[in-house]
Design a protein around this ligand. Structure first.
Ligand code: ZN
Length: 208
C-alpha cells in the first residue's frame, strides 16, 4: 500500500479540471486502491484523484460506518437510507457523471483538502449516477443520503471546485482568507454557528 499525500487548499493544483479516463490501466486500478487506503487512513468517506494531484476523473467513496460504532451518532440526523444500502461499497468510479438530480438536501460537509473546517452545503437529495468500474464496465445506480452528497462533493473536485466555493460569497471569502492567513492550526468557531451541534467525533468522520 502506498499512502498518498492529500493536497490542501489553497494549493492551485486543486483548481485544475480533470480529464476523462480512456482506458483503465493496471496503474489506474492500483492508484484507486491506494486512494482507498489513503482515504481510510485519514478516516475520510470520499477522495477524488484531484486531491492527490492526479488530474484524472476518478473518485473513491465509502460511506459505510464500522459496525461497532453507533451509526446514528456518527451520521447525525441523516441515517442510512435503503437506496444507499442497496449500493455496494466501497465504490471506485471512473468518469462519474450525475445523469439526473432530484430535490435538495443540506449537510454539514468537511473535506480532507480543507481539514478542520465544516460548513452547511446544499446539494441534490437524490441522484442517478453513471460511471465505469475498475474493470472498465459501465455501471449505473440511483442513490440518496450521505452517499449522494459525497459523490456530488467528489465530482466537484474533478472540476476544480471545493465545498467552500458553494457557501455564500461572504462566508466563502471569509473562510478562504482565514485559511490563507492562519493555515489549519486550531481555529475558533465563534463565527460559525453551524458548528454548535457538531461533536469532535462527528467532525472527524465527515471529511469527503
Ligand atoms: Zn473534498
Amino acid at each position: 500500500m502506498a499512502k498518498l499525500e492529500v493536497l490542501k487548499f489553497p494549493d492551485p493544483n486543486l483548481r485544475k479540471k480533470c480529464k476523462a479516463v480512456d482506458k483503465i490501466t493496471p496503474e489506474y486500478a492500483q492508484l484507486a486502491q491506494d486512494m482507498l487506503e489513503t482515504m481510510y487512513d485519514f478516516r475520510g468517506i470520499g477522495l477524488a484523484a484531484a486531491q492527490i494531484n492526479r488530474q484524472i476523473r476518478l473518485i473513491v467513496v465509502d460511506t459505510r460506518r464500522p459496525e461497532n460504532e453507533d451509526e446514528k451518532e456518527v451520521r447525525g440526523e441523516l441515517g442510512v437510507s435503503e437506496l444507499e444500502k442497496s449500493v455496494t461499497q466501497p465504490l471506485i468510479l471512473f468518469n462519474p457523471v450525475v445523469k439526473r438530480k432530484e430535490g435538495k438536501i443540506t449537510y454539514n460537509e468537511g473535506c480532507l483538502s480543507v481539514p478542520t473546517y465544516f460548513e452547511i452545503v446544499e446539494r441534490a437529495r437524490l441522484i442517478d449516477v453513471e460511471a465505469l468500474d475498475v474493470d472498465g464496465k459501465k455501471i449505473a445506480f440511483t442513490t440518496d443520503g450521505l452517499l449522494a452528497i459525497c459523490i456530488q462533493h467528489e465530482i466537484d473536485h474533478l472540476d476544480g471546485k471545493l465545498f467552500i466555493d458553494r457557501l455564500s460569497p461572504i462566508k466563502s471569502a471569509r473562510i478562504k482568507s482565514k485559511i490563507k492567513k492562519f493555515g489549519y492550526g486550531a481555529h475558533d468557531d465563534d463565527e460559525d454557528d453551524d458548528l454548535t451541534d457538531a461533536t469532535p467525533a462527528e467532525r472527524s468522520e465527515h471529511q469527503l
